[in-house]
Design a protein. Structure first.
Lengths: 197, 865
């Protein structure tokens, strides 16, 4: 089972936290602990590590806690971290993280940290299309994209009906590309522009 | 954050402004802003004119606030739950509803009283013709399943298993799986439908159905052999399509399911084909390769041998190229795969099975023992242990002599590697582990006298984590051996082991094979040998153990008294604590019962809390520790940190380090702010090295009796002219040292309350009462001065002020000030004003005032202008 999905930046600031098991201490403490575990690891190591110390934070119902493992990938300024038990294959989870990131990228078109800051509810939604209750729901990026786009479409329609005089869509997902010729350099700047905190 | 609002994607200007402020603030300032924001949203939510759109925005902002605060700061969002439920129920769009449900999922505890109201919304959405709404309701059900919902929704869920949309079907399947964890009887009627879903045309539905089928097998609604047949058929059918390596998640799931019920020879043939097919497919296929080898690991050697013969392949030969890939994940897959197959089939140790790996490959495997990644090192040890135990034993012997080569990656620390080897060598034998641990620690610590040896913190942490994570048999075996060494006079217990023992004695006393009295004697007998920090931990543990005895033996008390004679202030206080509390059994039991867990740090905190209470109420009960120094935050004393390099961390680091509690001055006095340590954004401060600015003392003065500062104190001159400060009459005067203690960032969370916090808790109540009583005469405005400056201006009014710190309720985040003439008179509103100050980033502050005395109101307004 997947017990937690966390996204934090290279300074340890949480951008998304989702727990599928009850947590025994505050989410921030757990993020901090995992940040310490992950951020100090050089690039040449595996993308997963045993983390029995997390048992004090996450007490799984089924008693698989002693085998808690942290699986992570680092993209630009962000760490994507999954905490799983021994029932999950760490290499399978690594692929799942890739699915999640690709889905975010599809939804936000060149996803960056700032998108997660301003649209963390959307990020939750995308995650909910992939994982539900700690179980994998969907792994096909195209299917996830379809579900998310449908929701975005519904929202835009709703926005348009609520704002008949508005000229453009007000929806979050994908709306940035509508008419906005955003230079790539600016997008790249956004990747590193956040996190001064 | 140089992104304009228009392109930020923020949902509103308020959202943008908040994020912008947070992203540029220091962690402490960010917390204050977030708490203030929560408070402000709380007020917004009470407006009767609140629209659903505004409500949605508020809920998203609240979630953002609760996620963005730093550790140690708690944001309680339960007040917004009714709004979230309302949004989930009445939301016009799916997005509105989703926000409502998301908020409930994130904030509402499992057994919350409002769950029932949410159930009602879920039920309605399940009945809806809209696929999106049904999916949303099912998502919520999967996220927070509850036994109560089963009768109301079972029949609808049953129908949804055959719904047209695969989005609905797979969610319904998972909902059944989650609900069956609460009540397996609900599976009775869905066996046939699950079998149908296992043959669904949509792979994701099949994947979900596999999860549910496992529940059916566990609940005995589906026979294992039938389940096996279904899985084998699925495996063959899916494999016939030869999915691309990046599309093998379902295949991996089926292999995993088959692994759980032991694969047949036919299954293994397919698995072998898969290994052959995917082994050269690069990193995209690692997951499926890894899963295939897990299936091999679950099979008997002779079956594997047959499969190798039938297919004409060698499993290990297929993956040997991974050993040369320059990728840690590939090496991990390789070494795990190697340990999944019986060495008989590849190591060349059995006749008829030639060695698969060449000499250079074996050398490379041996080099993995020095690899930087701990998982790979341990897995290599495990593999070698299976091949030939003497290799690992020889390696351990070399490690004990400090003879291990330093790896190219710099893993030259011997002790962690010793413990890794021990873990593999001792396997499930906790007793053997404990014996070997003692040897390893002895070697690592060296031969110097006990009180000069360093405590190896890494070993303490590793050992405690290992014990916590172990199963009960391993744990009791290990603890039995370790505890016995306490009473064995011939056995040397080094400081590292002693610290491990102190933690274990507190936590697992009930597992001890030694009686508490003997344990106490053993600990006391060894007490004098160690450095002060270890003695401190030992004394605390002795106190904890003494609670399990009827009477503390005389020689134990004597040892403590002797230690008291020759120790520094901190230890003398600890000795006094032991002597007093070990005689006062009821008090000690109360202290123990007030802890949340049996860990050593928890017990220390409870002791500090108890002592603080004793000091706070000397008039009600006799002072138990007359010679004790004033209460200070539990920080390592500089003297003890010189005698041992670890002591401060020692007492806490194996658990949770104390979090800095925000204090007022952290916001305003930049001069005392320290930069991050070691790249971490959390900064910890040494209270002894902090600069105490006059501003700090002014704030401290609001809750402390400055008259108790000796007149000769040089600090006092800097404070003159002092404001008239009202302190509650019944509180005892506080020693000057507590002025600093008041503001220590070392107060851990939840820390034993300082005297200051107790004072302010009484003041808090006062503030709320006063604030609520002054309903009319409200005013507010901006003041272009910092909060410190405003406070000084108010002090300049020469009236009595009562100040409640910002991190105390009510109105957390605001500095709360009551101005009054007679603190004992709670009825008169003349000369009374309640003021709240909220600081902004630019050294200005927002103020609210309630004051029914017009003259005073005008004076304060003029002061704040």
């Amino acid at each position: 089972m997947i017990h937690a999905v966390l996204i934090f930046n290279t300074s340890g600031v949480a951008r998304l936290t989702k727990f599928y098991s009850p947590i025994q201490q505050s989410a921030q403490t757990l993020v901090e602990k995992i940040y310490v575990l992950v951020s100090g690891r050089p690039a040449g190591l595996c993308n997963f590590l045993d983390a029995p110390e997390l048992e004090a934070f996450l007490k799984p119902k089924d008693g698989d806690g002693e085998k808690l493992r942290v699986v992570y990938r680092s993209y630009a300024t962000l760490y994507f971290v999954f905490v799983v038990d021994s029932a999950e294959s760490e290499l399978g989870i690594l692929d799942l993280i890739q699915v999640f990131v690709e889905s975010l990228d599809n939804a936000f078109e060149n996803v960056c940290e700032l998108d997660l800051v301003f649209h963390f509810d959307e990020a939750h939604h995308i995650l909910a299309e992939i994982i539900q209750g700690g179980l994998v729901l969907e792994t096909n990026v195209t299917e996830i994209d379809r579900a998310v786009q449908e929701a975005a479409k519904a929202r835009k329609e709703s926005f348009a009906s609520a704002n008949p005089l508005s000229l453009g869509g007000g929806g979050a997902v994908g709306s940035r590309s509508a008419g906005l010729q955003t230079p790539l350099g600016w997008l790249a700047g956004r990747l590193t522009g956040v996190g001064a905190r | 954050m140089d992104v304009p609002f228009s392109s930020s994607g923020a949902m509103s200007r308020a959202h943008y402004a908040l994020v912008r402020k947070i992203e540029t603030a220091t962690p402490q300032a960010a917390d204050q802003i977030l708490l203030a924001e929560v408070h402000s949203i709380r007020n917004q939510l009470t407006r009767s004119t609140l629209t659903l759109k505004q409500c949605k925005e508020c809920l998203i902002l609240l979630l953002y606030c609760s996620m963005a605060v730093n550790a140690g700061v708690h944001v309680d969002l339960e007040f917004a739950l009714p709004h979230a439920i309302n949004l989930a129920e009445a939301g016009q769009t799916i997005q509105d509803k989703r926000t409502g449900y998301l908020f409930c999922a994130e904030v509402m505890p499992a057994e919350h009283e409002l769950q029932l109201m949410l159930v009602n919304s879920i039920r309605k959405d399940l009945e809806s013709p809209s696929v999106s709404r049904i999916c949303l309701a099912l998502d919520t059900l999967i996220q927070s399943p509850s036994k109560d919902v089963i009768p109301a929704m079972q029949s609808r869920l049953h129908d949804l298993l055959s719904y047209n949309s695969s989005d609905v079907k797979r969610r319904a399947v998972l909902a059944f799986h989650k609900l069956s964890e609460l009540d397996s009887d609900i599976l009775a009627d869905i066996v046939n439908k699950t079998r149908k879903r296992l043959h669904d045309s949509d792979e994701v539905v099949v994947s979900a159905a596999l999860t549910l089928a496992r529940s059916l097998v566990n609940a005995r609604y589906l026979a294992t052999d039938k389940y096996h047949d279904i899985l084998s058929e699925l495996l063959r059918s899916l494999w016939s399509r030869r999915p691309s390596p990046s599309n093998t998640l379902l295949l991996a799931k089926i292999v995993q399911a088959i692994t759980q019920i032991k694969p047949s020879s036919d299954d293994l043939q397919v698995v072998a084909e898969m290994i052959h097919h995917y082994s050269r497919a690069g990193s995209a296929a690692y997951a499926i390769i890894y899963q295939c080898f897990r299936a091999l690991a679950a099979s008997a050697t002779d079956v594997l041998s047959d499969v190798q013969t039938k297919t004409g392949m060698s499993f290990i030969k297929e993956i040997r190229h991974l050993l040369t890939v320059n990728d840690a994940n590939a090496l991990y897959v390789f070494i795990c795969s190697l340990s999944s197959v019986d060495p008989k089939l590849w190591a060349g140790t059995s006749p008829g099975y030639p060695a698969v790996l060449e000499e250079w490959e074996v050398e490379r495997v041996m080099k993995l023992l020095e690899y930087e990644d701990r998982l790979i090192r341990k897995q290599t040890l495990r593999t070698l242990w299976i091949v030939d135990q003497s290799i690992v034993q020889g390696y351990y012997a070399r490690a004990l002599q400090g003879d291990l080569p330093v790896s190219a990656h710099g893993t030259d620390d011997n002790l962690p590697r010793l413990l890794e080897i021990l873990d593999i060598m001792c396997g499930d034998d906790g007793e053997a582990y404990a014996h070997q641990l003692k040897n390893a620690l002895k070697v690592a610590e060296g031969d110097s006298p006990l009180n000069r040896r360093m405590v190896l913190q890494e070993a303490v942490e590793e050992m405690l984590t290992r014990i916590h994570a172990a199963d009960s048999t391993w744990r009791s075996g290990c603890i039995g051996v370790l505890f016995t060494s306490v009473i064995d006079k011939d056995s040397e217990v080094g400081p590292t082991l002693m610290v491990i023992l102190t933690a274990l004695c507190c936590e697992y006393l009930e597992l001890s094979p030694i009686s508490p009295i003997e344990l106490l004697r053993g600990l006391a007998g060894r007490l004098s040998s160690y450095s002060a920090s270890v003695q401190d931990a030992t004394l605390v543990t002795m106190l904890r153990v003494s609670a399990a005895t009827d009477e503390v033996p005389q020689e134990v008390t004597q040892s403590v008294k002797e230690l008291h004679e020759g120790s520094g202030r901190h230890l003398r206080r600890r000795c006094n604590q032991f002597i007093t509390l070990s005689e006062s059994r009821d008090a000690l039991k109360r202290v123990i019962s007030s802890t949340h867990s049996s860990s050593l740090p928890e017990f220390v905190m409870a002791l500090e809390k108890y002592e603080a209470e004793q000091q706070r109420a000397p008039s009600r009960s006799p002072v138990l520790l007359p010679s004790s120094p004033p209460l200070k935050p539990h920080t390592p004393e500089p003297s003890s940190s010189r005698t041992s390099p670890v002591p401060g961390k020692l007492r806490y680091a194996a658990y949770e380090p104390p979090r800095p509690t925000q204090r007022l001055r952290r916001m305003s006095s930049g001069s005392s702010r320290h930069s991050d340590d070691g790249g971490s954004r959390r900064s910890f401060q040494d209270p002894m090295s902090m600069t105490v600015t006059p501003g700090d003392l002014t704030i401290a003065a609001q809750t402390s009796d400055l008259s108790s500062i000796p007149t000769s104190s040089p600090r006092q001159t800097g404070l003159s002219p002092l404001p008239i400060v009202q302190i509650l009459d019944e509180e005892p005067p506080m020693p000057a040292a507590d002025l600093i203690a008041l503001d220590s960032p070392f107060m851990s969370e939840p820390a034993a309350p300082s005297i200051a916090s107790t004072l302010s808790s009484i003041v808090e109540q006062d503030f709320e009462t006063t604030w609520n009583a002054l309903e009319s005469g409200a005013a507010r405005g901006w003041c272009e001065s910092s909060m410190d400056a405003v406070l000084r201006k108010l002090q300049g009014l020469q009236r009595m002020l009562r100040v409640t710190e910002r991190d105390r309720p009510p109105f957390e985040g605001d500095l709360k000030i009551v101005i009054c003439t007679d603190p004992a008179d709670h009825t008169s509103k003349t000369g009374v004003a309640a003021i709240r100050l909220k600081e902004s980033d630019d050294d200005s502050c927002l103020w609210w005032m309630r004051c029914e005395d017009e003259a005073l109101r005008n004076i304060i307004k003029a002061t704040l202008r």
